[in-house]
Design a protein around this ligand. Structure first.
Ligand SMILES: Cc1cc2nc3c(=O)[nH]c(=O)nc-3n(C[C@H](O)[C@H](O)[C@H](O)COP(=O)(O)OP(=O)(O)OC[C@H]3O[C@@H](n4cnc5c(N)ncnc54)[C@H](O)[C@@H]3O)c2cc1C
Length: 448
């Protein structure tokens, strides 16, 4: 049996995780939660193949365990070993390190292949897949054509696992390059920043980044640390020291709400969300600590300066049943009060800025809850499975849009949701005010 592996990227790692990319680019999954092996927790038809997670493999590599190396190949360089040594189970690994792990897995798995199996690697893009014999109605062996003209024929099965494929530009996106060239600007089409030549962006040049997701964080890393800037710990806090070669970054997002940050490993510990009891009923999680983050829009009408001035107030005491009364400034603000001189300077800088709660609420509620529906699949997944939970949300969102109804109303009627969540619980889940993640902490840190 011959297995052809076709990928322009290195086998195992592929393009996304190629070890040749910048080590400034990080994964958004912590090391102990990343593995390509199976264990008893996985239900599959084939045999379970146990093996180390990324974290376990990196620990073996750091300990110079020969089993973590690819036989007959040079050991990874000192930069990779240093990353492996520094990696903790809750660290966010570099994509380079994950690429090294995937390369090791590839050689580990193919090295264990049965004697009758030959694996052939083609570092090329496949450009055509021809179906089998037309006379047999498409049945029979298939052919894959590579961009260099190589034909892999007589294939009894073809598995397509292309990951994220490029998108076709829509009308608005097609107009942007022309607009940019008419106005002497540079336009970079939607793509992974790792795959784009960013060196043509000069220091100090203004860069507008569309969206606040993964690509924004990649851009930010490449334009800051990637250009020689670095972080220094000063009095327990990280301070960025610029290199002077950074452009000026402006970022915007259609939702206007940043994604919830993943500063710590919080998987499986959603805060302030309804949790599901063993009997399938949903009940409120009893919080061992007060809810720390509340919406700036909901809690702080008036001037944003108040937020800083009120930072000296003592935190509110939890009332009966552990509930916290509304507070003007978040608890975290009272713990990380910047020195008064800096705070005064920050207040001066913010004078004139004001929060318009009604406007913000109007914007966030314009989609009837769809804007903040990211948590819905997360709370449904334990009962329905990830894919079904996503499908429920997708169908409900489509129905809500079509009928112009609030998402919570539609969800409350979905059979898989009814009985698990009340209408009130769904409304709470879709409340933008409970959706600000660590935004309050970021606000606190900004003046530092
Ligand atoms: C920049 C980026 C960062 C990510 N970070 C994370 C993360 O931190 N954690 C996480 O869980 N997920 C992350 N993801 C999601 C990621 O897609 C998955 O984790 C995982 O890589 C998906 O594996 P895959 O094998 O399906 O696809 P991929 O890993 O994308 O592999 C697909 C491969 O197919 C190849 N290919 C595509 N078309 C062709 C063709 N025509 N011919 C030949 N080869 C082709 C590509 O070169 C690529 O190597 C990230 C994705 C991206 C793009």
């Amino acid at each position: 049996m011959t297995i052809h592996v076709v990928d322009p990227g290195p086998p195992g790692a592929g393009l996304v995780w190629r070890p040749s990319q910048s080590r400034r680019l990080l994964m958004n999954t912590v090391a102990s939660q990343v593995t390509v092996f199976t264990d008893a927790s996985v239900t599959i038809e084939g045999p379970l193949e146990e093996g180390p997670s990324l974290y376990q493999w990196a620990a073996s590599l750091a300990a110079r365990d020969p089993r973590a190396l690819v036989a007959g190949r040079d050991a990874p360089g000192e930069a990779v070993l240093a990353q492996a040594r520094a990696l903790g189970p809750d660290s966010y690994p570099t994509r380079v390190l994950y690429g090294q792990y995937l390369s090791w897995v590839f050689h580990h798995v193919t090295g264990k292949a049965a004697g009758h199996v030959t694996v052939r690697v083609h570092r090329a893009r496949a450009v055509r897949l021809a179906d089998g014999d037309r006379g047999l109605g498409g049945a029979g062996p298939q052919t894959v054509v590579l961009e260099d003209g190589t034909e892999l024929s007589g294939l009894s099965a073809v598995v397509l696992a292309q990951g994220h494929t490029p998108t076709t530009a829509d009308a608005a996106e097609r107009e942007l390059p022309a607009f940019a060239s008419r106005n002497g600007l540079v336009h970079i089409a939607p793509s992974s920043p790792a795959d784009v030549d960013l060196s043509r962006i000069a220091p100090g040049q203004t860069v507008l980044v569309r969206g606040l997701g993964l690509n924004f964080f990649d851009c930010m890393a490449l334009f800051t640390q990637g250009r020689g800037g670095f972080f220094e710990r000063v009095e327990g806090r990280l301070v960025y020291r610029p290199s002077g070669r950074e452009p000026a970054l402006y970022a915007g997002s259609r939702r206007g709400v940043p994604y919830q940050a993943r500063g710590e490993n919080e998987k499986g510990r959603p805060r302030a969300l309804p949790s599901q009891a063993a009997d399938g009923r949903v009940r409120r999680r009893s919080l061992s600590r007060p809810v720390r983050h509340r919406s700036v829009a909901a809690d702080r009408p008036g001037s944003a300066v108040r937020l800083l001035r009120d930072a000296d107030r003592p935190p509110p005491r939890p009332g009966r049943r552990g509930r916290v009364r509304r507070r003007v400034a978040p608890r975290s603000a009272t713990r990380t009060v910047p020195p008064s001189s800096r705070r005064r300077a920050s207040c001066r800088g913010l004078t004139g800025l004001s929060v318009r709660p009604e406007r913000m609420r109007g914007n966030t509620e314009a989609t009837g809850g769809q804007l903040v529906s990211e948590r819905v699949p997360a709370v449904l997944a334990p009962a329905l499975g990830k894919a079904a939970a996503k499908q429920v949300l997708s169908d409900a969102s489509a129905a809500a849009t079509a009928d112009g109804r609030p998402l919570a109303d539609v969800l409350a009627e979905v059979p898989q949701v009814r009985g698990r969540f009340t209408r009130a619980e769904l409304a709470a889940l879709l409340d933008p005010a409970a959706y600000t993640g660590v935004a309050a902490e970021l606000v606190d840190r900004a003046p530092a």
